[in-house]
Design a protein around this ligand. Structure first.
Ligand SMILES: Cc1cc2nc3c(=O)[nH]c(=O)nc-3n(C[C@H](O)[C@H](O)[C@H](O)COP(=O)(O)O)c2cc1C
Length: 328
């Protein structure tokens, strides 16, 4: 039988399938369910910078004006979330409830006074901390270099505050993503979660108002982290966690073949229940047994860019080839 155990952020995990930060990850029962179905770790819902500083961001206020929200969208907004004190309790309770690693999550856009909460999350027992750099930059006077500098400072302020390993959850929308990763790794980030998904407000023509929807992901969305993980594997030393569009065991295997250390899953569990993690875990084990892999290390990164026979497939060469071969 294949051994699914692995190491992520220096922590020992029984399997590479992780319950991602989501609406499921603020309930102790879900952590226990995830563990009993073979999850390698759990990531708690994010504590938002805005929550901590008790300030409403301009973006949120703008969206709130005349907005119409679905339950899912509401669950994503800081105003609907627990406060910092309850969050620390959640960390402590989660630690008592499960043996697998418990990863805290902070959502921030810039350095600030909130960063001392990172230390409190660590003191509450979190085994690691995920920093979700979720920010939409619409100010035409702010350059990419300024945005990246702020992100670096925010991560640095957390790294200064805690001794537990810190991973950074990034959006795919950086011009030079590999460089951003390399710089954050240089500062001490031990892992990267690729990628977070953005809330995209829609417009309701009936109500003539904004409609905040956050539909669950679709499997095709896994191709974006798949490509970037394949490109980055072996180029950075940090662990790479795939996030977006993984719905079945084959999706898990593909991300690891590309080079992922672990795979985080949210939408598939919101849709099918936390116990679906068991299907992902068992399906991965069956596939490994069929292929003769005794551990995840046996095949991790074996289809990353540095290893495949056609490295251009992950970059522009294949794009040009595909576009030019289309005849309608
Ligand atoms: C309902 C819901 C709530 C979420 N809340 C958070 C959150 O608090 N913090 C965070 O970093 N990501 C959050 N996410 C994003 C997920 O962790 C994940 O990155 C994203 O959904 C892509 O993975 P998936 O395709 O498996 O859903 C949330 C996702 C969903 C569906």
């Amino acid at each position: 039988m294949a051994d699914l155990a692995t190491t992520y952020l220096g922590l020992s995990l029984p399997s590479p399938v992780i319950l991602a930060s989501s609406s499921l990850s603020n309930r102790i029962e879900n952590f226990q369910l995830a563990e009993s179905h073979g999850a390698g770790a759990v990531v708690l819902r994010s504590l938002f910078e805005e929550q901590i500083e008790a300030l409403e961001s301009e973006r949120e206020s703008a969206l709130a004006m005349g907005s119409d929200s679905t339950a899912e969208a509401q669950s994503f907004f800081p105003s609907q979330r627990v406060g910092p004190a309850e969050y620390l309790q959640l960390v402590a309770r989660a630690k008592r409830a499960v043996k697998i690693p418990v990863i805290g999550s902070i959502n921030c856009v810039a350095p600030g006074s909130w960063s001392h909460y990172a230390r409190q999350i660590a003191e509450a027992g979190a085994d690691a901390l995920e920093v979700n750099l979720y920010a939409v930059q619409a100010d035409p006077t702010v350059s990419a270099a300024q945005v990246e500098a702020r992100h670096e400072e925010a991560v640095q302020s957390i790294l200064d505050a805690v001794k537990i390993p810190v991973s950074v959850k990034l959006s795919p929308f950086y011009t030079a993503l590999a460089n951003v990763l390399a710089r954050l790794e240089g500062r001490g980030a031990k892992g990267f979660v690729l990628f977070n998904r953005f809330l995209q407000p829609d417009i309701s023509l009936e109500r003539m108002s904004l409609q905040n929807v956050m539909p669950l992901s679709q499997p095709f969305e896994a191709l974006l982290p798949l490509r970037w993980i394949a490109l980055l594997h072996g180029r950075v030393r940090a662990d790479l966690a795939a996030s977006s569009g993984v719905h079945d065991a084959s999706g898990v295997a593909k991300q690891i073949l590309a080079g992922a250390t672990v795979v985080q899953v949210a939408s598939a569990l919101v849709k099918n229940g936390v116990q679906h993690i068991g299907h992902l875990r068992d399906g991965l084990e069956e596939w490994m047994d069929r292929r003769g892999f005794s551990s995840v290390e046996d095949f991790r990164g074996t289809l990353s860019q540095r290893v495949v026979r056609d490295p251009g497939a992950f970059e522009r060469a294949q794009y040009v080839h595909l576009i030019l071969s289309q005849n309608s």
